[in-house]
Design a protein around this ligand. Structure first.
Ligand code: GLA
Length: 735
């Protein structure tokens, strides 16, 4: 039992592998948060929460004489505005008479086996007996508003999921102006915040700072989770390292506008509120209606590496779904950086033929294959073959490519439309625009109003026909602009505050229906590279194109940053041309391969133009990738160098059974004379002996982890090396 209710003290304790999480219903019915941290057992953790009087903090009416019980000071499981808790509210409720706030008090709770589901939203799932659910019901009686707090406890996976459901069970209409998924109070401790910022072509860069006496906001109001901020934050103690220290992660499984607000209060308590962004959000709740928030994935770990590994495992096993999520992924060739829009059937076939000869398994036909698409100013919305470029049709091209023994994949950008398209000419009202105002354009395209059922029905039909009528086993699902002019012609004025969220629910609905209808198809997410790289999308697309920057040296930063929350198998990573198209930098093909192999691996360059030795290196890389794929994708991931190291970047994977390990190192700035890149390996068994394949020597795990390993001196432009370790089961002599 991972959830326990202690009747006399009205305490609820959730326990996972290393953590306990405790809350208590107090005598006024507040649901107090007592503890989240290293497992402290069933011990009642009430004794250290002292109450005292603090000037200018309000008191509940029932305690007005005592003045020691203030909602402003007590750690709570969920907060609301307007009730004397002046820290960041998780919810703002507007009542029909214009009054605001909600005073949520305990009503009941229920513990049940299995994992709750969230209708219409991505949510973690139970693979059988892994999860227990707690639902705590609170209510504001005067407003007629019930709040249900959901907790999914995945004990062995050290993960707790949370979400909230609001139900108007009164007689008057209500409106939610803010509806956070989670409020997490950490009453004690000194915390650093780690968040992941970026931009197009440089996504998810970690930044670590002490939590200030302010409200720090991480978020996006772009209608997408964004390149700029990822819906994922870590709180860790000041001393926390990769190996040790209290670390907490909060990851929102949501792909739309979001907020994480981190506040350090007047008493140094830290509160994190996370959920849908309240900007442009206003959700009416008529009597009988409910609102379901997205889910947050919470984990606690000793050290940042363990925290990352908890997310890697959970996202792979309990978020990603479908036939492909745990399967080996095909090595692919994508024609985008090989041809851009300058494609035709013969050029594509020549590329596919070359790729097939080198051992590539899947061809992905990127942007430009459909009607009216000569460049990026026209055609989006018309998902029909372009006969100018493919005179014998798409089917003929697919037949020829599959005839090479390859599988075939295709690029689409369903949420978008160009003004210059038949779809827009027929349905201008389907795109987001504000009446009477010229819309903001992004890549000269508009966003379809995915909150509309008719838009989704059209897209389902046209994409289903594409997938049904062609032998397509892979879809790259792109999304290439942020939202603006968010106004739905299908909803009345008082419901426009629903549109942003309904839009993303619409995207999820379409993805759900298509992935269910075409279970054999592997979907890859994309948004100008990694602009929508989040656990919400990973529920539908088990891999996402990581970044439009394919320079391997830039990718070192992007992959490292992404690795804090997301598994290698989720990161689409390709070998591209040198000099690189984004940075102009030249790098060896070996280095490009070493970097991309720590991802969902592929190629994105004109293979027909490569010299023979580079083709031979590609053949070798594909063999190497297959040999190491299980270790990289299903194993444990270790960062070996910190982000400050400008000399080299190193990382390591260890197979799930511990028998194999791969160490990767890329030199960014070679240093002269006798200095060699040295790393201490991680995740090995100290007593075990490992064959270092490249060296043909056997060394103990202890030596490799504590004394380390020196790579040979590597000079020149961006050299890379790999070291393969194989655990020796018999007796071997160390050198
Ligand atoms: C986005 C993607 C690229 C490519 C182009 C096509 O930028 O990230 O990989 O598909 O769109 O227009």
């Amino acid at each position: 039992m991972s959830i326990h209710f202690d009747e006399p003290s009205r305490r609820l304790t959730l326990r996972t592998e290393t953590a306990s999480y405790q809350m208590q219903i107090d005598d006024l019915g507040y649901l107090r948060h007592l503890y989240y941290g290293r497992d402290a057992g069933e011990q009642a953790l009430t004794y250290f929460h002292r109450q005292y009087d603090l000037g200018f903090s309000g008191n509940p009416y029932e305690r007005r004489w005592e003045r020691t019980n203030s909602p402003d000071l007590i750690p709570l499981e969920y907060s609301a505005s307007g009730t004397g808790d002046y820290r960041v509210p998780a919810s703002v409720v507007l009542r029909a008479d214009g009054s605001r706030g909600a005073d949520f008090r305990y009503v009941s709770h229920e513990i049940r086996p299995g994992k709750y589901a969230l209708p219409g939203l991505p949510a973690a799932y139970d693979n059988g007996g892994e999860c227990e659910t707690l639902v705590v019901t609170l209510r504001d009686h005067s407003a007629g508003l019930t709040l249900q707090l959901y907790y999914g406890v995945f004990a062995a996976l050290d993960m707790i999921t949370r979400a909230a459901v609001f139900l108007n069970d009164g007689n008057a209409p209500l409106r939610l102006e803010k509806a956070g998924s989670v409020c997490l109070d950490l009453p004690f401790g000194d915390w650093d915040l780690v968040h992941f910022h970026g931009r197009h072509c440089l996504e998810r860069q970690p930044e670590r700072l002490p939590v200030p006496h302010l409200v720090t906001t991480v978020g996006s109001d772009r209608g997408m989770s964004s390149h700029q901020h990822n819906p994922f934050v870590i709180l860790c103690d000041h001393e926390a390292t990769e190996d040790a220290g209290e670390c907490y992660g909060l990851m929102l499984a949501y792909s739309g506008s979001f907020r994480a607000e981190i506040e350090r209060s007047q008493t140094d308590a830290v509160r994190v509120v996370m959920g849908i962004s309240e900007q442009d959000f206003s959700w009416p709740l008529k009597p009988g209606e409910q609102f379901v928030t997205p889910e947050v994935l919470l984990t606690r770990a000793d050290g940042l590496t363990k925290l990352s590994q908890n997310y890697h495992r959970f996202i792979r096993r309990n978020i990603c779904r479908g036939a492909h999520h745990l399967q080996r992924r095909p090595v692919l060739i994508n024609n985008w950086e090989a041809t851009y829009f300058d494609l035709d059937a013969e050029r594509i076939f020549a590329l596919a033929k070359e790729a097939a000869e080198l051992g590539v398994e899947l061809f992905v036909l990127d942007d430009g294959w459909f009607r009216g698409r000569a460049d990026d100013n026209a055609g989006l919305g018309d998902w029909f073959e372009n006969r100018d470029k493919l005179p014998n049709g798409l089917k003929d091209l697919i037949d020829r490519i599959t005839g090479l023994g390859m599988r075939f994949g295709i690029w689409v950008e369903p949420e978008m439309v160009n003004e210059n398209s038949d779809l827009y000419r027929a349905h201008p009202d389907w795109a987001f625009t504000v009446p009477g105002r010229k819309p903001v354009m992004g890549r000269n395209q508009l966003v379809l109003d995915m909150s509309r059922a008719d838009v989704r029905a059209y897209l389902f039909d046209v994409l289903s026909a594409l997938l049904r009528d062609h032998d397509i086993s892979y879809v790259k699902w792109d999304m290439n602009r942020s939202l603006a002019d968010v106004f739905s012609r299908a909803l009345p004025p008082e419901r426009q505050g629903e549109v942003l969220h309904r839009h993303i629910l619409g995207v999820y609905d379409l993805l759900e229906r298509l992935t269910a209808a075409f279970p054999h198809v592997l979907f890859e997410g994309c948004s100008g590279g990694g602009g929508r790289f989040d656990a919400g999308m990973l529920y539908y697309t088990p891999q996402i194109w990581l970044s439009d920057d394919t320079d391997p040296i830039e990718r070192l930063k992007i992959q490292r940053g992404t690795s804090f929350g997301y598994p290698v198998s989720a990161m689409g990573a390709h070998v591209s041309a040198s000099p690189n198209h984004q940075t102009g930098r030249s790098t060896p093909i070996r280095t490009r391969g070493v970097v991309a192999m720590s991802g969902a691996f592929g190629y994105e360059l004109d293979l027909t133009k490569l010299p023979a030795e580079e083709k031979e290196e590609i053949r070798r890389q594909i063999r190497q990738f297959h040999a190491d794929e299980d270790t990289a994708h299903d194993g444990l991931y270790y960062r070996l160098s910190d982000g400050e190291n400008r000399w080299f970047t190193a990382w390591q994977t260890v197979s799930a059974d511990g028998a194999r390990s791969v160490v990767n190192l890329v030199v960014q700035n070679p240093e002269p004379f006798a200095k060699v890149p040295h790393v201490c390996l991680r995740g090995l068994e100290p007593e075990a002996r490992y064959l270092l394949e490249e060296e043909q020597i056997v060394v103990t795990g202890a030596a490799l982890m504590y004394a380390g390993y020196s790579f040979p001196r590597m000079l020149g432009d961006y050299p890379a090396a790999q070291l393969h370790l194989i655990r020796q089961d018999g007796e071997c002599d160390a050198p």
